[in-house]
Design a protein. Structure first.
Length: 319
């Protein structure tokens, strides 16, 4: 009996020792993992999370930059003022929504059109892809200064082109009616980012689908709507989300080119937020505006994600 127990005890002890070694190895690996990510974690907490929490707290106060001793807690008053009493806030929301309604579809359509053109097998196509992508790398300030001259009414390139086509001159960014369409046209300059995503999606479509459609007698439009668009719908979804988020936060172009004019026709939301914080020094109110923008972006993004189950297709079926 003792011999049987000894034969059982030795393998069991070995198994326990092996399990203990594996546990210590996993523990040491976890400790080193936390040690290695500690610099990033400190940076995230100190430079990202803490400022976010601070803005939330400041949005509940009447905090003025040069008079911090007069700071007082006002609760939701800043949010109530923006949503109910501030006419400039409503103007900024309307202008930003109008710009998004123009710029987002324009960017998606132009990016898809370029991707379709550059998805062909012709000599030098890689050079053309590079040429169309490079403009998207230009910084926002440089691009804004460039288009400030393009839309110049007297000797700008835009009016020179209209005159060459026999069309009347326009005031472009100096017109309350055309300033937002002008800025939306300007946004097409950076369409290379959208194009490159669409191009990658197009090259992932199996050629067998087009060959089968060709045998069935499908034309170019039928192929586009029955094969191309459904197959690249994840790329459309991706670009749509990024465009909506980016266009709701547009700041550089109106700040450099129009300063919110003429007559507040280009008073974008983030530009108004900037004015409230760094010109009027109403930091508490500006923080409330920032949180309202965050909530708007979150709600719109959630709606887009929710709608994706209807029109976004993946290899395993609908999203």
């Amino acid at each position: 009996m003792r011999a049987v127990l000894e034969r059982y005890r030795v393998p069991r002890a070995r198994a326990l020792a092996s399990a203990a070694r594996r546990w210590r190895a996993r523990r040491d690996e976890a400790i080193w993992a936390y040690v290695l990510i500690l610099p990033w974690l400190i940076g995230f907490v100190g430079l990202t999370l803490a400022p976010i929490v601070a803005t939330l707290l400041l949005s509940l106060t009447d905090y003025r930059v040069f008079q911090p001793e007069l700071t007082r807690f006002v609760g939701l008053q800043n949010y109530r003022t923006a949503l109910v009493h501030d006419a400039s806030f409503r103007t900024a929301v309307r202008v930003t929504a109008y710009y998004c309604a123009l710029a987002v579809p324009l960017d998606l359509i132009a990016g898809l059109a370029l991707a379709l053109l550059l998805n062909t097998r012709v000599a030098g196509v890689t050079v053309f892809r590079t040429i169309y992508y490079i403009p998207s790398l230009i910084s926002g300030v440089v691009l804004s200064l460039l288009f400030l001259w393009v839309f110049q009414p007297q000797f700008g390139l835009a009016n020179a082109l209209l005159e060459a086509l026999g069309l009347p001159r326009q005031q472009w960014i100096y017109s309350t009616r055309l300033v937002i369409p002008s800025l939306a046209l300007m946004s097409v300059w950076g369409v290379g980012r959208t194009m490159i995503v669409f191009l990658a999606a197009l090259q992932g479509i199996p050629t067998e689908l087009y060959e089968s459609a060709q045998i069935d007698g499908a034309g170019p439009l039928a192929k586009l709507f029955a094969i191309t668009l459904p197959m690249i719908s994840p790329a459309i979804f991706f670009n749509l989300v990024l465009d909506v988020i980016a266009d709701l936060q547009i700041f550089t172009a109106p700040f450099v080119i129009t300063k919110g004019g003429p007559a507040e026709a280009s008073l974008f939301y983030v530009l108004y937020l900037y004015r409230s914080a760094f010109e009027q020094f109403r930091m508490g109110y500006a923080c409330a505006l920032a949180w309202l923008l965050f909530l708007a972006i979150m709600v719109l993004t959630a709606i887009i994600f929710r709608s994706g189950s209807i029109w976004v297709y993946y290899e395993g079926g609908r999203r």
